[in-house]
Design a protein around this ligand. Structure first.
Ligand code: FAD
Length: 546
């Protein structure tokens, strides 16, 4: 009887999911919805990272007409390269930025409530080698708990040396005086981006990837009134008229601001952060390690993620923004050296399974010589003389609040009529309480039953793409059919995360995955060759020479 009820519930979920996603998350259908050149959109959003997708979801859920255009793939840039933390930012507390922490702690709670299938409670251990540090971090984290009252993930506590060793068997024992356990959130960033894109569509919005905004349109008074954009797959140009245009181009916001005003002076400085991906033997448990003060005065995390350990990060100002930045040798060496002070055995270059770099869009320092860690991490909304709204800075955790502020700004400018924000309690696509985190399928949330159904369609779809990992060809097909994956990189980097989990294995499976994608997308053999070539160029950035 119970099984029957469960089966019919699953069937209902499948039908609902099919209805919601099959009908909508198709690129050609989305493009069809922007054909009407006379239509005036309430919002056009430039950029499909956390910030742009947040804005599009906010606007669509308030009932506005919104179209989001992303030049590459959703979360292609910074939003797939984070430390994967949903956090208040313990280190900002060290700097006394209490309001920033308070704001982020509230958003941390909302993100877990709205996307419980992707955001999980993660315990962190700070291993201390002086009694003073035990006292200091206990006080600091108790304040962190107090600030998160009502939105908390769990209480911080002091633990004895034996307990630190039990939780972190690979931690250096010599001189250990105990530790502090505290809680934050952990998530899958690019999966969250895909789910936000789906949520936007379900709320009536349009989202399109591989679609670059090449011009900002101005009316007779010189005010921003839309964009011209190019479909990178066909080369076809489109024009979208809009009441408000939001520039959420991350590290590329200056380029978009130049499209609005050619004399615009750059205001964002990219700051690069690198992560190394290691085997779980360097943690050996489900607790994360937090190093509160590295030799350059930053924090370092070693966090379990998809059965690997993600260790990072660095903070190095760069001259130019890059969508595929490469880790610098000095960054790799710094992380290995710092991790080696705490982990036994110390990780070496040959232990690196993957390395990834991302760039933060930090507001450029007013004073020359300011280092990246001194620049404020809060978000900023800038309105140009012509009315282009630019949103920059902030972090993944605050994406919802940043979006609310940005849409409110357009209302305050009288560009659109007033409507109330509803995202504080808006469930994100895939919402599912208590996911089974032992299965790699948990990231699909409520889509999981429909995905399994698809895997049963043919023997091939049930087959694994690699003997070393559980990912199936069914997941590749799912990504193409229901998640707008268009390239090999879209699938292997941001739908299934194999590039991040094992860069060499991602390269090994690339030709076969490309073949399967080609048959689904109706692409010729030459497409397979091109895809493998361009993916190889990307993946080589994730492999460290030994
Ligand atoms: C190393 C590192 C670690 C981090 N860790 C965390 C963390 O653990 N937790 C946390 O909360 N935050 C973290 N952050 C911060 C967080 O990742 C960023 O704040 C967030 O991802 C920025 O999102 P975004 O949408 O502004 O930028 P992006 O993700 O870069 O998105 C901008 C998008 O705009 C597109 N675009 C640019 N120009 C155009 C155009 N002309 N037309 C169309 N599209 C265009 C780009 O292709 C890009 O996809 C981290 C950041 C870094 C760098």
């Amino acid at each position: 009887m119970i099984n029957k009820v469960k089966d019919s519930c699953d069937a209902l979920i499948i039908v609902t999911v099919f209805f919601k996603t099959i009908m909508t998350m198709k690129r050609d259908e989305q493009i069809h919805r922007i054909q009407d050149r006379e239509k005036i959109w309430d919002f056009v959003v430039i950029g499909g990272g956390a910030t742009g997708l947040g804005c599009a979801v906010d606007a669509a859920s308030r009932g506005y007409q919104v179209a989001l255009l992303e030049q590459d793939d959703f979360a292609k840039c910074t939003s797939s390269r984070s430390t994967k933390l949903v956090h208040g930012g313990v280190r900002y507390l060290q700097k006394g930025d209490v309001m920033l922490v308070l704001e982020a702690l509230h958003e941390r709670g909302r993100m877990k409530a709205n996307a419980p299938h992707l955001v999980k409670n993660q315990s962190f251990v700070i291993a201390n080698y002086t009694w003073w540090d035990n006292f200091l971090y206990f006080c600091g984290l108790t304040l962190y708990d107090l600030l998160s009252l009502g939105f908390g993930y769990g209480h911080s506590k002091f633990i004895r040396k034996e307990s630190v060793l039990h939780r972190l068997p690979a931690i250096k024992e010599k001189g250990l005086k105990g530790g502090i356990v505290y809680h934050d959130g952990q998530f899958d960033d690019s999966r969250m981006a895909v789910n936000l894109a789906q949520t936007c569509i379900e709320q009536g919005g349009v989202v399109i990837n591989h679609f670059k905004v090449s011009e900002i349109l101005h009316d007779d008074q010189g005010k921003v009134c839309g964009v011209r954009a190019i479909d990178k797959e066909t080369g076809k140009l489109y024009e979208l008229k809009a009441k408000a245009v939001i520039n959420a181009a991350g590290i590329f916001v200056d380029e978009v601001m130049k499209l609005d005003a050619p004399g615009h002076k750059p205001m964002v400085k990219p700051s690069q952060g690198v992560h190394l991906v290691l085997d779980m033997k360097f943690l050996q448990g489900q607790d994360a390690l937090m190093v509160p003060k590295t030799s350059d005065g930053r924090v370092l995390f070693a966090v379990p993620w998809h059965n690997r350990v993600v260790v990072g990060t660095t903070d190095v100002l760069r001259d130019h923004p890059e969508s595929e930045p490469r880790a610098l040798e000095e960054e790799i060496d710094f992380i290995l050296k710092t991790a080696g002070l705490y982990m036994v055995p110390a990780p070496t270059r040959k232990d690196i399974i993957s390395v990834f770099a991302g760039q933060r869009p930090l507001a450029a320092p007013k004073k020359e010589g300011k280092s990246a860690k001194e620049i404020s991490r809060s978000h900023k909304i800038i309105v140009s003389d012509n009315g282009l709204i630019t949103i920059t800075g902030g972090k993944w955790t605050s994406y919802r609040l940043m979006a609310e502020d940005t849409v409110d700004k357009a209302i305050a400018m009288n560009l659109v009529e007033k409507r109330k924000c509803i995202t504080k309690h808006l469930k994100i696509h895939g919402w599912r309480q208590d996911p089974d985190l032992t299965s790699h399928y948990y990231i699909y949330g409520s889509d999981e039953p429909a995905l399994h159904q698809l895997e049963q369609e043919t023997d091939k779809y049930a087959e694994k793409i690699s003997p070393k990992y559980a990912y199936t060809y069914g997941e590749v097909i799912w990504a193409v059919r229901h998640e707008m994956a268009r390239t090999l990189d879209d699938v292997l980097a941001r739908r299934v995360r194999l590039l991040y989990i094992d860069a060499q294995e991602a390269l090994n499976v690339a030709p076969k995955v490309a073949e399967v994608m080609a048959s689904e997308l109706n692409m010729p053999e030459s497409w397979v060759e091109e895809q493998v070539k361009s993916f190889t160029a990307i993946a080589n950035n994730y492999i460290v020479e030994r």
